[in-house]
Ligand binder design. Sequence first.
Ligand code: VG1
Ligand code: CO
Length: 542
Amino acid sequence: MIRTVATKPYLDQKPGTSGLRKKVPVFQQEHYAENFIQSIFDALEGFEGKTLVIGGDGRFYNREVIQKAIAMAAANGFGKVMVGQGGILSTPAASHVIRKYKTFGGIILSASHNPGGPHEDFGIKYNAGNGGPAPEKLTDLIFEKTRTIASFKITDIGPIDIDKIGTVKADGMAVEIIDPVTDYAELMESLFDFDAIRANFKYGFRMRFDAMHAVTGPYAKEILERRLGAPNGTCRNFKPLPDFGGHHPDPNLVHAKHLYDEMMGPDAPDFGAASDGDGDRNLIIGKGIFVTPSDSVAMLAANAHLAPGYKEGLKGIARSMPTSGAADRVAEKLGIGIYETPTGWKFFGNLLDADMATICGEESAGTGSNHVREKDGLWAVLLWLNILAVRGESAKQIVIEHWATYGRNYYSRHDYEEVETDRANKLVDELRAKLGSLPGTSVRGMTIASADDFAYHDPVDGSVSKNQGIRVLFEGGSRVVFRLSGTGTSGATLRVYIERYEPDKARHDLDTQEALADLIAAADDIAGIKSHTGRNKPSVIT
Ligand code: VG1
Ligand code: CO
């Protein structure tokens, strides 16, 4: 029976870089999740009788919200929902299921790389029929709906058994519980040379994949160990846990330090990788060398033709503005387009749909291609494995050779987490106010060539997104970028992105922080980071 339940708006349901993210207790407030889900439906048109995909990264509160979403989809008139077994679907797998079965869209429950548990983070986002995150005009409309919502619709179907594969009826709507891995694994098999990778493992190539107790565990087990024959034990922490074992499922050098240490140690395997909470990020570490995500996207683009799915070459490369310019040099050499978008995967969707870009990347460990409309952690790992198998070289050799050919973009990101919101805003406001006066001035002996607040003009639909990050560019091509995170759930996180290009091969083995020391100091001179935040050093350096 369909019920219409009266509710009151919550005024803080503004989607950020990737959906709505809040602490679990915020989501547990009466009707909080229902309000947001109903607002998504209220912002959409024409879904009557159509199919909705529902899945999540398995974090705390996932199962409860999945039941709510099913009951609300039925009440709102969807004809069918497809739900990952156990409520599980990695973000890229959900994107693929939406596309493969031509569904209307999907709801993904995840706070991605943020920690999980009763006092940690939860999140909800909507992906459209192209499989990609809702574009800004839709998230703006959803936000508008949340501010005026007066009621939501739900059916009393009782809990659905989401652990059993198969289809059941719920108040006239079909609920199909699907295996979360199969479709995705088949897609990977269609893109990569599994025979070459399998042979490589057979002849002794060794890797470590750390699923960080998050969603990629079952995917990695199936693909790496079962289908590709990597030895048992290749995958670590592969059982998804609601609190990620108490860890932070962010595959960076801080939260996956154990993997880094192992890869730098004497008994390192050939290749190390990890993924985040919802499976869309990747960490790549070769034996004895960490590959920065900005470099990784450039190297993957330069070698993608070695994988069957990309043998015809690439149409173009897209990267987020704070991502280093390493990919630009590859695009230039290949004679293909390069696009610079704001942070967040939703901005790549139009370029991919229009076939203007084939590979996309973000400095935040996100890489992907036109195979789905999300970044894809395991995809990046498999493309690396494919390239390593075909070239028969180590990751380190490939990296060094790439730098020798294209030059090296020294790159680092400094995050100041949980800064008081007022202080962070003040820093940004003051910086914005002085942008006009910076060009021509000199800091630490470096002359500022230009300074602006990045605005993106989407070449496909003409939409404009302003205030997407403050860029200070120096003569010679070095730069620092400042922006506030849109995924955090407490206080503000200031991200400072630092980049310097080094063409000279003899200077490619410097320590990154040392190579960037002048720029790091200049960033503080320009923005007053220490005085505004009251911090001496960043919380996280990647
Ligand atoms: C961060 C990253 C951004 C990424 C986003 C979602 O956003 O910087 O590149 O797309 O997280 O990633 P922000 O606004 O905090 O800088 V995920 O893996 O959390 O979906
Ligand atoms: Co993620």
